[in-house]
Design a protein around this ligand. Structure first.
Ligand code: GLA
Length: 942
C-alpha cells in the first residue's frame, strides 16, 4: 500500500513536471496568426503620443500607401491609451481626451477600412508607461477588448513583482503561468484575439510561448540602430542574434518576435533597414512596421512593400530559417518554402563589402542540372548551375528564392559593376566611368545596351560603344563614359547603371549602382557630407552638422566649443565609433575636437583617430574646461578611417564630444595628359573656343592624333588653329558627322609642350533645345621623337547652353540706335539738345554689352531692357518742340513773348519754379537778364 501510494505520488509529480504543465493544459490554438502577423504599432515612432486621430490617419495611410494590399492588416496602439479603471466595474478606461470617441468607435472605423485594431496591456500591475496593468483583471479586460472589437493584444511584462511597485526589478513570477492565465481569459472572451506575449525573452518564452500565444518577444526592446553599442536597447542585429537561435519553436499559429521594425525611422541606413526586413522575413517574424506611414520615402515603401520578400515571410509552410553557415562576419540562412523552393539570405555583418556564395547542395536543394535564382531585392532571376552568390555591402543582406530547373529553362546570369578609373570624382570635373557586364551563365544574351542614371545636373558622354549585339557565356564587355559632376555636387552620390538585353524569354533589365564620394575641386570634403559605413553612439544616433541631442536623429544644436560655433562637423555622445571607407584617397584628416558647450562644463572624453585598425592619433583626456584641440592626422593610404570618442573612463553622462569642422583633404593629383578648357556657357547661335593643351609631359611630343566627339544637333565644329608657332594642325576632311579628327605635328626644339597647343573654334547650333553639350576628346595618341606612341586618357568638356531670350533686347537696341542715328542736335523744333545723343549712345552701348555677353542671365537681360527703355524715353522726351523765344507758343515772335520774358526777369536756375521760367532763358545761361530781352527784341524786329 505504502509502495503503491508512493508510486502514485511519484507518477503525479512526473506528470506535473513533464507531461501536463498547467499552462499547456489551458492553451489551445486559437486558429489565428497561421502566418506571421503583419501590421503597424505606434511605439517605435510615437511612444506615448497616441490619439484617436493619429490612429485613424495611420489606418487611412495603411490603405492609401499600398501597405494593406501588401498584406499589412493590424493597426496596433501601444502603451498610454488607457488612464484608469471604472471604480465599480473595474473596466479599463481609454484616455477620454486622446480617444474621445472611445475604442469601440475606433475599432469600427479601422474595421471599415478592412483592417484590424490592436491594443496593449501588461500582465503585471501597471504597464511600462505606468498605466493600469491587467493583473487581477484578465477576464474583465479580455471581455472588454472583445466587446470593443479588438483583434490583437500585446501584453507586456512590467510591474510584475509581488507588490507591483517595480518597473522591471525584483522577484518575478512564473511568466508561463501568468501569460497562460491571460491566454485563457482571451480564449473565454468570445472573440478571436491575437495574443502577443511581450516578456522580452525572459524565462525562455520560446519553450512555453508556442502553447500559449501567437507570438513571443525573444529579447530586449529594439532601438533605431544597427548595433546597440553601449545602449540598453537592442540594435537590429542584436535582436536578430537571439531570435535566430529558436527556429524550432516557430510554426503556424506561433512565432518568435525579435520586436518591431524600425524601417523608415532614420537611425540606420537603408542597406541596414533592407537587412532588417530580409532577416525578419527569413525568421518568419511578425512584420510590424514602426514608422510614420503618413510620410514614407520611396525607399522606405520599397522596403516595407517588397512583395517578394513578404511572400517568404508569409509562406504557408511557416518554417523559420536556420543558419547553415556562420563564419563571423558572414552568415547564411535557409528557409524552406511550401512549393519546395528555398529562400536563402546572405548576411554581411562586416565593415567591408563582401562576396558571399553558397552552393545549392549546401542550402539543401535537390540535385539538378540548373537552378533559377530569383533576387528578391533586385526582382530579377538568374540561371545557375549550382552556386548562389552576391556582392553584399557592409551590413547588407542579399536574399534569393531558388528553385531547381532544367538547363533549357534557365535565364541568363549577368553581373554588372561600375567604377571610376581614377577611383575618384571631383565636382566640376570630368571623370571616366566604366560599366562592366559579365555573362556568368551558361547561355548567350543578345542586344545588350548599357546606360547610366546620374544625379540631376550631371552629364555623361560615351567614350565607347554602349551596346553589344551578343554577350556570350563567360564573356565580359564594358562601356565607358566621361561623366561630369556639376560644381556644386559634393559628398555621397549614387550613380546607377542599367543593362537591357534579350534573354530566352524576352527583354530583361539588370540594374546596379555605386556610391561615390564626390570631392570638391580643392580636394577637401567635410566628413559630415560623407556617409559612414558604420556608426555607434552612446545616446541616440551620431549627428551631422549638429551636436548630439541624445535621442532621435536631428535633435541637436549648432556645434559650439568654447563659444565658437561650427557649421560643419559630427556631434557624438561617448562611447562613439564612426567608420568611413575612404579607400586611400585622402592625405589628411583635420578637425577641432572638444566637448560641446551645451553640457555646461560637464563631461570628459578622449578622441581617437584610427586608420585600418591602427591608432593614428589621440587627444588625451579632454574635459569641458580643456581648450579646443586641433587634430591634423596623416591618413595617406588609409582605407578605413575610424573616429572614436571614449567616455574618458568615468561613464558617458554629458560626454558630448564634437568633431568640429571635421574634414578630409586630398592634394589634387597633377594630371598628366590632355587639358581641355573653354567657357562655362555660351548662348545658342554664338561661337566659342576650346583650347587643347598638354600638362605634366616629361617627354618631347612630335605628333598627335586627336579625335573629338560631339553631338551635331547641339554644336558644330568650325575650324582649328595652332597657337604655338612651331606646331601645325591638319583637320581630317573626311570627318564623320559627330566626330572631328586632327593631326598635330610639332617641329624644332619646342617639341616639349606644356600649356595651350591648339584652339578649336565651335559654334552652338542656333536651333538647339539642349541645355548643355559635351565635347569629348575620345582618342588622343601622341608620339615622341623615336615614334613611340602613348595613349592619353580621354577628356571631356561640358558647355552649358545659355537659352536666355535676347530677342527683345536686340530689337530694342536696333530701334534705339536707329533713333539715335537719325536725331540732329540743335535748338530748333524737332532737334535734340546738345549732349542728349551721347547719353543715349552710352545707354545703347551698355545694353549691347549685355547682349554680347554669352554668360548674361535672363535677369540681366530684363534689366538692360528696362534701362535702355528709360534712356530712350528720356531721349524722346527731350526733343525740342517749340522755337526758342516763342514763349507763348503762338507760332510767331511777338510782343507777347517779350512780356513773358520781362515778367521772368531776374529769375535764375536756383529758383524753385525755374522749369516754368526756363523757356525765357534764350541764351541758356541759367538766368533771365538783358541778353534774353535783347535776343527776343531782335527776333521781333527781324
Ligand atoms: C516595453 C515594451 C515595448 C513597449 C513599451 C511601452 O518596453 O517592450 O515594446 O511596448 O514597453 O511602454
Amino acid at each position: 500500500m505504502r509502495k503503491s501510494l508512493s508510486t502514485l505520488i511519484l507518477f503525479m509529480i512526473l506528470c506535473m513536471l513533464f507531461l501536463t504543465p498547467a499552462y499547456q493544459a489551458e492553451a489551445a490554438s486559437n486558429g489565428l496568426a497561421e502566418t506571421p502577423p503583419m501590421g503597424w504599432n505606434s511605439w517605435n515612432k510615437f511612444g506615448c503620443n497616441v490619439s484617436e486621430n493619429m490612429i485613424k490617419e495611420m489606418a487611412d495611410a495603411m490603405v492609401s500607401s499600398g501597405m494593406k494590399d501588401a498584406g499589412y492588416q493590424y493597426v496596433n496602439i501601444d502603451d498610454c491609451w488607457q488612464t484608469d479603471r471604472e471604480p465599480t466595474t473595474g473596466k479599463i478606461v481609454a484616455d477620454p481626451v486622446r480617444f474621445p470617441s472611445g475604442m469601440k468607435a475606433l475599432a469600427d472605423y479601422v474595421h471599415s477600412k478592412g483592417l484590424k485594431l490592436g491594443l496593449y496591456t501588461d500582465v503585471g500591475f501597471k504597464t511600462c508607461g505606468g498605466r493600469p496593468g491587467s493583473r487581477g483583471y484578465y477576464d474583465i479586460d479580455a471581455k472588454t477588448y472583445a466587446e470593443w472589437g479588438i483583434d490583437y493584444v500585446k501584453v507586456d511584462w512590467c510591474y510584475v513583482d509581488p507588490d507591483g511597485k517595480l518597473l522591471n526589478y525584483g522577484a518575478k513570477p512564473d511568466a508561463a503561468t501568468w501569460y497562460s492565465e491571460f491566454g485563457e481569459a482571451l480564449k473565454n472572451s468570445g472573440r478571436g484575439i491575437v495574443f502577443s506575449i511581450c516578456n522580452w525573452g525572459e524565462q525562455s518564452p520560446w519553450d512555453w510561448g508556442p502553447q500559449i500565444g501567437n507570438l513571443w518577444r525573444t529579447g530586449q526592446d529594439i532601438g533605431d540602430a544597427w548595433e546597440r553599442g553601449t545602449n540598453w536597447y537592442y540594435g537590429i542585429i542584436n535582436a536578430y542574434d537571439v531570435a535566430v537561435n529558436h527556429s524550432a519553436s516557430a510554426g503556424p499559429g506561433g512565432w518568435n518576435d525579435p520586436d518591431m521594425l524600425e524601417i523608415g525611422n532614420g537611425g540606420a541606413t537603408n542597406v541596414e533597414y533592407r537587412s532588417q526586413f530580409s532577416l525578419w522575413s527569413m525568421l518568419a517574424a511578425p512584420l510590424i512596421a514602426g514608422n510614420d506611414l503618413r510620410s514614407m520615402s520611396q525607399e522606405t515603401k520599397d522596403i516595407l512593400m517588397n512583395k517578394e520578400v513578404i511572400a517568404v515571410n508569409q509562406d504557408p509552410l511557416g518554417v523559420q530559417a536556420t543558419k547553415i553557415i556562420d563564419n563571423g562576419d558572414i552568415e547564411i540562412l535557409v528557409k524552406p518554402l511550401s512549393n519546395g523552393d528555398k529562400a536563402i539570405a546572405l548576411l554581411n555583418r562586416g565593415a567591408q563589402s563582401a562576396k558571399i556564395s553558397v552552393t545549392a547542395a549546401e542550402a539543401g536543394l535537390p540535385a539538378s542540372e540548373g537552378y533559377i535564382v530569383r533576387d528578391l531585392w533586385q526582382h530579377f532571376s538568374k540561371g545557375s548551375t549550382g552556386t548562389i552568390k552576391a556582392d553584399v555591402p557592409s551590413h547588407g543582406t542579399a536574399m534569393f528564392r531558388v528553385s531547381p530547373a532544367t538547363i533549357d529553362n534557365l535565364p541568363a546570369s549577368l553581373d554588372m559593376t561600375i567604377a571610376a578609373s581614377s577611383g575618384q570624382i571631383q565636382s566640376g570635373k570630368s571623370a571616366e566611368l566604366t560599366a562592366t557586364l559579365h555573362n556568368d551563365g551558361v547561355k548567350d544574351v543578345t542586344k545588350a545596351a548599357i546606360s547610366l542614371q546620374l544625379p540631376s545636373g550631371w552629364t555623361a558622354a560615351p567614350l565607347s560603344s554602349t551596346s553589344f549585339e551578343r554577350v556570350a557565356a563567360d564573356q565580359t564587355v564594358s562601356a565607358k563614359w566621361s561623366v561630369t559632376a556639376p560644381s556644386d555636387a559634393v559628398g555621397v552620390k549614387d550613380i546607377g547603371v542599367t543593362a537591357t538585353y534579350e534573354d530566352v524569354d524576352g527583354i530583361k533589365q539588370l540594374q546596379s549602382s555605386q556610391r561615390f564620394n564626390v570631392l570638391p575641386p580643392d580636394g577637401t570634403i567635410y566628413v559630415s557630407d560623407m556617409e559612414p559605413q558604420d556608426s555607434t553612439n552612446g545616446w541616440g544616433p551620431i549627428e551631422k552638422d549638429m551636436s548630439n541631442g541624445e535621442a532621435s536623429k536631428g535633435d541637436g544644436k549648432t556645434i559650439t566649443i568654447k563659444g565658437v560655433p561650427y557649421n560643419k562637423g559630427i556631434g557624438t555622445n561617448a562611447a562613439s565609433s564612426i567608420t568611413y571607407n575612404i579607400d586611400g584617397k585622402f592625405d589628411s584628416f583635420i578637425s577641432d575636437v572638444g566637448i560641446d558647450d551645451e553640457v555646461s562644463g560637464r563631461g570628459s572624453v578622449t578622441f581617437e583617430v584610427w586608420g585600418d585598425g591602427k591608432k593614428l592619433w589621440d587627444s588625451g583626456l579632454i574635459k569641458a574646461a580643456s581648450s579646443t584641440i586641433g587634430a591634423e592626422v596623416n591618413v595617406k593610404g588609409v582605407k578605413l578611417l575610424k573616429l572614436v570618442v571614449t567616455d574618458g573612463g568615468d561613464g558617458n553622462a554629458y560626454d558630448h564630444g564634437d568633431w568640429a569642422g571635421a574634414r578630409l583633404t586630398a592634394t589634387a593629383q597633377e594630371s598628366k595628359g590632355a587639358v581641355l578648357e573653354g567657357p562655362d556657357q555660351a548662348a545658342a547661335g554664338t561661337t566659342f573656343d576650346l583650347s587643347y593643351g598638354l600638362s605634366g609631359m616629361d617627354q618631347n611630343v612630335y605628333a598627335q592624333d586627336l579625335t573629338f566627339r560631339y553631338d551635331p544637333s547641339q554644336v558644330e565644329f568650325v575650324s582649328a588653329e595652332s597657337v604655338n608657332s612651331d606646331a601645325v594642325v591638319i583637320v581630317d576632311k573626311a570627318q564623320k558627322q559627330d566626330e572631328v579628327r586632327l593631326l598635330a605635328a610639332t617641329i624644332g626644339s619646342n617639341a616639349k609642350l606644356e600649356g595651350d597647343l591648339l584652339k578649336l573654334h565651335w559654334k552652338v547650333k542656333s536651333n538647339t533645345a539642349a541645355t548643355a553639350s559635351t565635347i569629348t576628346l575620345s582618342k588622343a595618341v601622341m608620339a615622341d621623337g623615336t615614334g613611340v606612341e602613348t595613349e592619353l586618357d580621354s577628356k571631356s568638356y561640358t558647355l552649358q547652353i545659355n537659352s536666355v531670350d535676347k530677342a527683345a533686347l536686340l530689337a530694342l537696341i536696333t530701334d534705339a540706335q536707329g533713333k539715335h542715328d537719325a536725331a540732329v542736335e540743335g535748338s530748333s523744333a524737332g532737334q535734340y539738345p546738345a549732349g542728349s545723343k551721347a547719353a543715349l549712345q552710352a545707354a545703347i552701348d551698355q545694353a549691347k554689352a549685355v547682349a554680347d555677353n554669352t554668360a548674361a542671365t535672363q535677369a540681366q537681360v530684363e534689366q538692360a531692357i528696362n534701362a535702355l527703355t528709360a534712356a530712350l524715353q528720356t531721349f524722346t522726351d527731350s526733343v525740342i518742340t517749340t522755337e526758342p523765344g516763342d514763349t507763348n507758343g503762338d507760332g510767331r515772335y511777338s510782343i507777347g513773348d517779350l512780356a513773358i520774358i520781362a515778367a521772368a526777369y531776374g529769375k535764375t536756375s536756383a529758383d524753385p519754379n525755374w522749369s516754368s521760367y526756363k523757356k525765357s532763358d534764350l541764351n541758356n545761361d541759367g538766368k533771365i537778364d538783358i541778353e534774353d530781352l535783347s535776343a527776343i527784341a531782335r527776333k521781333i524786329l527781324e
